[in-house]
Ligand binder design. Structure first.
Ligand code: SF4
Length: 374
């Protein structure tokens, strides 16, 4: 089998165990990175504080979220819940409502749960070290390292996609980042590289460098302080590094939502299954694994049996990390809800009540398109 460019390169550097050590002195890497950061850092609201509550909040919001999208959420959360005590006191529904639109709602539920843990078990003070922070709900290695370094000056490196990319390119690492054990390798390397004097700045610098300079598709190599040392640049491997062999499979799900209306009221319920959108409100749902039509849906589903309308809405696409949802909506007028719907918590809600309920963005899009919500 022909070797890829990356495999060829790996073969040549594997012969030299001290490659990374010899290639770019660690101190030099850290110094250069900090220098770059001092010149290029963005002025972000959470960069003016060391308060572990605020650092934690910003890190949870920024997981899977772009900075520009995350800023208003961070500001709203700080305004509404200025301390971990106020967040712990809130209801889960209020937290989900404020989170609405950010997606990955498990983060919001964990956020609330973690605030309760910090208040109940730690008198409202976040643990001051990586190991204990990691024991809290929703705090993984990345977030624990960010809080431990920024708030408590611990030299523990953050490792995420940005860090994989920066280190893999500069040091010419061709390990497959879709393998779990590769993360340990990068974590160990990063912990050797991290500045012991300024671990807080180092972690923010490497995140920032990956997010704004060493970009996935078009890295800014021409104006990069590492361009003479960077293996990806000197060997033209920017598109090869980091190596990711396994692609995550995306599952398609077909949602047929039935909007049951009674005058201006609409039937909704809180999702309680172990599935996406736990705790959010949606409509009666018939789900299929293949595209369906109204006739088939009627045959399979009692509630749809008497539906006369043949008007299925257009398809609404909604992309989640590993799922693609393809949703259509059917409107039905009913004055009373069937017993099986009442049993699982369906109720009629007025428009002003619906406004206040936490809802998935997909549902919100439909309600706005139909003019039910503004
Ligand atoms: S030279 Fe290019 S690939 Fe290398 S670190 Fe700089 S931006 Fe990234």
């Amino acid at each position: 089998m022909t070797k890829t460019k990356g495999e060829d390169f790996q073969h040549s550097i594997n012969k030299d165990d001290n490659y990374i050590e010899n290639h770019l002195a660690r101190k030099k890497f850290s110094r250069k990175l900090l220098f770059w950061y001092a010149e290029n850092r963005r002025n972000l609201p959470w960069r003016h504080t060391k308060d572990p509550y605020k650092i934690w909040l910003s890190e949870i919001i920024l997981q899977q979220t772009r900075v520009a999208q995350g800023i208003p959420y961070y500001q709203r959360f700080i305004r509404q819940f200025p301390t971990v005590f106020s967040l712990a006191k809130a209801s889960e529904q209020d937290v989900l409502r404020l989170w609405q639109g950010l997606g990955y709602y498990t983060r919001a539920r964990n956020l609330h749960h973690c605030a309760l843990e910090v208040v109940e078990n730690f008198h409202g003070k976040f643990p001051d070290n990586f190991k204990d922070l990691k024991k809290l709900r929703g705090i993984g290695s990345y977030t624990a390292a960010a809080i431990a370094s920024i708030s408590f000056h611990q030299p523990v490196v953050v490792v995420d996609g940005n860090v994989f990319r920066v280190l893999a390119r500069i040091f010419g690492i061709t390990k497959d980042i879709s393998e779990l054990k590769t993360k340990d390798y990068f974590f160990a390397l990063g912990n050797e590289l991290i500045s012991k004097e300024h671990p807080d700045e180092f972690n923010q610098a490497i995140m920032e460098f990956g997010a704004t300079h060493c970009l996935p598709k078009i890295p800014l190599c021409g104006e990069c302080i590492f361009n003479k040392d960077c293996i990806a640049n000197t060997h033209d491997l920017q598109t090869v590094l980091p190596v990711k062999k396994k692609k995550q499979k995306v599952t398609k799900r077909y949602f047929y939502y039935v909007i049951i209306r009674k005058g201006k009221k609409v039937a909704m319920r809180k999702r309680n299954e172990k599935d996406i959108w736990h705790g959010l409100f949606d409509f009666y749902l018939a789900e299929t694994t293949k595209p369906s039509n109204l006739q088939k849906l009627r045959e399979e589903n009692k509630i749809l049996k008497n539906v006369q309308s043949d008007a299925l809405s257009k398809t609404y696409k909604h992309q989640l990390s590993h799922q693609q949802l393809l949703a259509k909506f059917i409107t039905v007028d009913l004055s009373t809800l069937p017993a099986e719907m009442l049993k699982v918590g369906f109720k009629f809600y007025s428009i002003s009540e619906i406004k206040k309920l936490p809802k998935p963005v997909l549902i919100l899009r439909y309600l706005k398109d139909e003019g039910i919500l503004e």
